[in-house]
Write a protein that binds this ligand. Structure first.
Ligand code: ATP
Length: 241
């Protein structure tokens, strides 16, 4: 469904944030992208969603193909229209708008009113708490609720592929577990997911496949269960020895 081939991204002339990255996301898959600070995880999501900072960041080599079409030269709005939607790091809900207004804003990217209506129903069952809070300002929600709202807002356009940047960041363990279950649920309803995480334990439980980035290159890739069992991943990312 999504593939990157030989993808390289630079910021200005000197920062090579990604070098020759190959990866594949299956239509029915969850791909975890792991790696330490500055490994290039967010850059990868920005490249896929077309939101690299315009004045500095650019795909300098390679290509990104989604559903058979190249998307690496498209405007972000057209990438959303094609079915790829990102939830950025730090959630970035519209704090002064209500929960419902945030969801409506997400629906602006939908292909049709039918898609929007179906998505609103889906969000009702996935996140009952958002209905209870629908008239409240988003900035007053807890961190976990804001994460749910950010995911809900992204789902409003009916994406085929959801890109999540560190959804567990700053959340209590119980809430991380809830978000993990929600990601599995979204996947089982037919939406593919790319999950960027520092929390490798959570990500490898949720994902089918995983890649590990190290200074902009793919250091390891394979089925999530295999990576979870590997000595390198155990030592570097799962706190094992
Ligand atoms: P983190 O988990 O800390 O967010 P990351 O794996 O998401 O890390 P990126 O944010 O993609 O990593 O950063 C990859 C590299 O690109 C780093 O060396 C970073 O300093 C650099 N970088 C990121 N954004 C910019 C930018 N706007 N301008 C210049 N360099 C940047």
């Amino acid at each position: 469904m999504l593939s990157a081939r030989g993808l390289s991204v630079r910021y200005g002339r000197s920062v090579h944030a990604l070098s020759d990255v190959d990866l594949e996301v299956e239509a029915d898959g969850v791909l975890a992208v792991l790696g330490g600070n500055g490994a290039g995880k967010s850059t990868l999501l920005r490249a896929v969603s077309g939101t690299l900072p315009l004045h500095r960041g650019a795909v300098s080599a390679g290509e990104i193909v989604f559903d058979g079409n190249r998307i690496d030269k498209l405007d972000p709005a057209l990438i959303v229209r094609a079915g790829v939607v990102a939830v950025p790091e730090g959630r970035q809900v519209f704090a002064r708008m209500t929960v419902e207004e945030n969801l409506r804003a997400g629906g602006l990217g939908a292909r049709s009113a039918e898609v929007r209506t179906a998505a609103r129903e889906r969000i009702r069952t996935l996140f009952p708490v958002l209905d209870e809070r629908s008239g409240q300002r988003a900035g007053l929600l807890s961190g976990g609720e804001q994460q749910m709202l950010a995911i809900g807002r992204a789902l409003m356009s009916g994406p085929k592929l959801l890109l999540l940047d560190e959804p567990s960041l700053g959340l209590a363990p119980q809430m991380v577990g809830r978000i993990a279950r929600i990601i599995r649920e979204i996947h089982s309803q037919g939406t593919a997911v790319v999950l960027v995480e520092q929390n490798a334990t959570m990500a490898l439980q949720v994902a089918d496949h995983a890649v590990v980035l190290e200074v902009g290159r793919v250091a390891l890739s394979g089925p999530a269960a295999e990576l979870a069992a590997s000595d390198d991943v155990q030592r570097l990312y799962l706190g094992g020895h």
